[in-house]
Design a protein around this ligand. Structure first.
Ligand code: SF4
Ligand code: SF4
Length: 194
């Protein structure tokens, strides 16, 4: 990923976003970050991120919403928790990443055609609709939305997997889908209210 070296100005901050991040569970101690960089040093993926975890934490708490929600960093995070273990201030960096991913999906501001956010969103939609994930539909949807050429290349493999019964075309679903939706909606409402 290209490294972002642009100077940031206070006028570009979104104070409401900063307030929101720091009021969330896990975000409440962001102000304690001393910018030591232990998180970035321990992160196995920092090399590929546009903002290292240390920089992302700083941008998030100051309210640089556009940069944070539009970054590749939050989607490249592999949830290994190495940063969390090394952080001298016990900042829940991994959980913050999840928080920011959810917000980016809600606002539709993730990097276009980048597979990870598309996969996360479609995975969620499928669980909501069927209670289960159908790999064929998920992968087809992912490639159609992100990379048409890859989709064409994968058709042969997909057909082979279907022929040998490794992938199914018809979406499987759980019996009590309505109950599951009630639970998911309640969780969603609770999170929005918090
Ligand atoms: S390790 Fe913790 S205190 Fe140090 S920069 Fe990262 S988040 Fe901040
Ligand atoms: S949890 Fe994410 S940000 Fe933290 S070290 Fe692992 S990959 Fe990096």
């Amino acid at each position: 990923m290209a490294l972002e070296r642009k100077v940031k100005y206070e006028g570009d901050c979104d104070k409401e976003f900063a307030k929101w991040v720091t009021s969330q569970i896990g975000g409440d101690n962001l102000r304690h970050c001393i910018q030591c960089g232990a998180c970035s040093a321990s992160c196995p993926l920092a090399l590929y991120m546009d903002y290292t975890p240390r920089r992302l934490i700083n941008l998030a708490r100051e309210g640089f919403k556009k940069e944070v929600l539009g970054s590749f960093t939050i989607w490249l995070c592999a949830s290994c928790y190495a940063c969390r273990v090394e952080c001298p201030k016990s900042i829940q960096i991994t959980d913050i990443m999840y928080l920011l991913k959810r917000r980016a999906i809600e606002e539709g501001v993730y990097p276009r055609r980048f597979p990870i956010p598309v996969l996360a969103r479609e995975f969620g939609r499928m669980i909501f609709a069927f209670g289960r994930v159908n790999e064929t539909l998920l992968v087809t949807d992912l490639f159609l939305r992100t990379n048409w050429f890859r989709f064409l290349n994968m058709i042969g493999l997909g057909l082979n997997l279907m022929r040998t019964g490794r992938m199914s075309v018809l979406p499987d679903h759980i019996e009590k889908r309505a109950e599951l939706r009630k639970v998911l909606n309640a969780l969603d409402a609770e999170e929005k209210a918090s």
